[in-house]
Design a protein around this ligand. Structure first.
Ligand code: FNR
Length: 389
């Protein structure tokens, strides 16, 4: 259908499914095991809007002028939404992640670049507009040995050196935040994806150069030889020692780990289950948010510019975003909707997705009586159903 007929994020998914080759659809849409967490990521927000947690809108506030712009890690963003890292964009569009980069430049949105992007890091930055803001997502130590290998220790030092160079190169190129993925010490079993075979020309695969790629178990598994399961809290000071970029841990799922992250002195956390692609039956980010905010408050730890909380997973509407912000998130990450938008329509699709979010912010904020994101206070959401456990 023509792009004009697209009116919400769900429409992009329907079109992407129709136009994508089976293998790309399997890699993008799949999640681990029985995909219970994948469904829960959506259900959590639908429960919020249906019968568990409701908006508490305020009236008669002169909502003629609205502003939904914000700062994420101190960087200007036209929306409280950033483009989360998703790997292998060329499976879905010949220009891959560059479609995101160009749309993000035109609309003042921040893109998080995946290390396993199909386009190389430098190609993406070379295509950027002057002053365009990026974050970088990092897999750990880039272990080129298989994660099962007893030889892994031998590689850690060498891989650390590669990681150090990569991080320092990113900093030199002006990346504004380093998102370390912490929920993937091993890859989730994405069964839909595993039924597909990886072939050499898949995704332009910058990622496979010199790698021991296993080709018979799906796209995700073929690139998973980068994963280092030995990563631990002890490594965080090492990351802090090699860069001045803010460090954010992506994939926190409990109050306990949020507290450890705060105490480790990182600049933020993403409450995320990796879009349902890692531990199946882990909870949704919005559900974890309530627990995390309460636990931090109990300890006297205050989120703020020195420690920001983000949420991702299942966000498809501005109303989802507004609820997360009212409950204490600084911004939210969005993965698949932007991915499906460029699969179906390239850069224009991503721009349309951003416009849809913008239109939804306008209407929802006006009806909520919140003129700025600062006016989104916890009292605007009745979250008693989420915080009762
Ligand atoms: C991802 N995600 C991801 N995360 C990460 O830290 N490194 C990565 O390489 C990838 N790759 C990736 C590929 C694909 C195809 C998907 C769908 C997701 C997870 C991503 O950053 C984010 O956490 C989720 O996508 C958010 O959920 P939604 O918005 O897709 O529901």
């Amino acid at each position: 259908p023509p792009l004009d007929n697209i009116i919400n994020m769900h429409d992009f998914e329907v079109v992407a499914r129709a136009v994508l080759p089976e293998k790309a659809w399997a890699y993008y849409s799949s999640a681990s095991d029985d995909e219970i967490t994948l469904r829960e990521n959506r259900m959590a927000y639908q429960r919020i809007s249906q019968n568990r947690v409701w908006f508490r809108p305020r009236i008669l506030r002169d909502v003629s002028t609205l502003d939904w712009s914000t700062k994420i890690l101190g960087q200007k963003s036209s929306l409280p939404v950033y483009i989360s890292a998703t790997a292998l964009g060329k499976l879905g569009h010949p220009d891959g992640e560059l479609t995101l980069t160009r749309a993000a430049a035109n609309y003042g949105v921040i893109q998080m670049i995946a290390t396993l992007a199909s386009c190389s890091f430098d190609d993406i930055l070379d295509a950027a507009a002057p002053g365009q803001i990026f974050f970088l997502q990092l897999p750990l130590f880039l272990s080129s040995s298989s994660s099962q290998s007893p030889m892994i220790r031998r590689y850690v030092n060498r891989d650390r050196e590669i990681t150090r160079k990569y991080v320092q190169h990113a900093e030199a190129r002006g990346i504004k935040g380093l998102f370390i993925t912490v929920d993937a010490p091993q890859l989730g079993r994405r069964e839909k994806d595993m039924r597909m075979k990886f072939v050499d020309d898949d995704a332009g695969a910058e990622v496979q150069k010199g790698q021991d790629v296993k080709k018979d178990q799906g796209v995700a598994r073929a690139i998973s030889s980068f994963i280092d399961p030995s990563l631990s809290w002890k490594d965080i000071p090492w990351f802090q020692s090699i860069t001045k970029m803010p460090i954010i841990l992506k994939g926190i799922a409990t109050a306990e780990d949020a507290i450890l992250a705060y105490e480790a002195g990182v600049q933020g956390i993403v409450l995320s289950n990796h879009g349902g692609r890692q531990l199946d039956t882990s909870r949704s980010g919005i559900e974890v948010l309530v627990e995390v905010v309460a636990a931090l408050r109990l300890r006297g730890y205050r989120p703020g510019p020195h420690f920001e909380i983000y949420v991702d997973g299942g966000v498809r509407r501005a109303s989802d975003v507004l609820k997360a912000i009212a409950l204490g998130a600084k911004a939210v990450g969005v993965g698949r909707p932007f991915l499906y938008a460029f699969c179906a329509y390239g850069q224009a699709g991503v721009e349309k997705a951003i416009q849809i979010f913008r239109d939804e912010f306008e209407m929802n904020m006006r009806l909520l009586g919140a003129r700025t994101l600062d006016e989104l206070v916890p009292e605007m959401v009745d979250a008693s159903a989420l915080s009762s456990h």
